[in-house]
Structure formats: structure tokens, C-alpha cells
Design a protein around this ligand. Structure first.
Ligand SMILES: [Zn+2]
Length: 136
């Protein structure tokens, strides 16, 4: 199975090292710097399998997903050229793998709970994506 490459891992770590962190995240008592350190530790020490899928609807906006309890990130083949979005997705899912969450399982950007955007998963996904778009 395909995996996150060393180059992609280095890109994620660089982004996480350089983004501005909030005072706190919702859905966790841990300090943002602690959350980021655990994500970086995961990225540097584990294999991160990536599995392509074709969405039923060709124009689906979803970049990817993960099945609960699995340590595989599924990514939409039609979105794979969007490296910033792919790596942002990885950060979101890796935060889950490290034990951080954002409440209900529906996709954050379709939900009304504004606190979700301040969860580690959603905040870091967006911050990493925006950082990569600005700096690449
Ligand atoms: Zn999530």
C-alpha cells in the first residue's frame, strides 16, 4: 500500500512547526503545543498508509476520510494533485489517531457547531493547508 513519503512527512512537520497556534483547542484539555508535538511524533515514527478511492459522485468535495479504528487514510483520487489539501487531511486524521476528536462524526465544515472549527483536527487541517498554499 502507498504511504506518506518522507518528503510529505517533512512538509507536514515544517508546516506544524510554523503555524500560529491558538490559546487552546476545544474537545481537549491538552495544550496546543502538546497536541502538535504528539502529531509530529506520530508522523516521524509511524508508517501512514494512504489508500485511493473513487467517490460515487465524481465531483464530491471530500478530500478523504478514515474508518474509525483503522490507521489508514483514504483519499479521493480526483483530489490527489492538491497536495496542500491532502496533507491537511492527513493532519486531521493523524490528530484522530493520536486520540484527539471533534465530537460528532459528520464532516466538520457541514456542521453547525462552531466549536468544531476550534478542535485540534479542524483547526490544524485548515492552518496546515493555508500555510502550504502560502509557502509553496
Ligand atoms: Zn474528523
Amino acid at each position: 500500500m502507498k504511504q506518506l513519503t518522507d518528503c510529505q512527512k517533512a512538509t507536514i512537520v515544517d508546516a506544524l512547526d510554523n503555524i500560529k497556534l491558538p490559546e487552546s483547542f476545544t474537545y481537549t484539555m491538552h495544550e496546543p503545543s502538546t497536541v502538535v508535538a504528539s502529531i509530529i511524533g506520530y508522523v516521524l515514527n509511524k508508517d501512514i498508509p494512504l489508500k485511493p478511492y473513487r467517490p460515487k459522485w465524481r465531483w464530491s468535495k471530500a478530500v478523504g476520510y478514515r474508518n474509525k479504528g483503522e490507521y489508514i487514510i483514504y483519499y479521493n483520487v480526483y483530489k490527489q494533485s492538491d497536495e496542500a489539501a491532502l496533507l491537511g487531511l492527513c493532519v486531521h486524521e493523524i490528530a484522530h489517531m493520536c486520540g484527539y476528536g471533534h465530537g460528532s462524526n459528520c464532516m466538520a465544515w457541514y456542521c453547525n457547531g462552531r466549536k468544531k472549527t476550534k478542535s485540534a483536527n479542524v483547526y490544524l487541517e485548515r492552518a496546515v493547508k493555508e500555510y502550504l498554499r502560502r509557502n509553496r
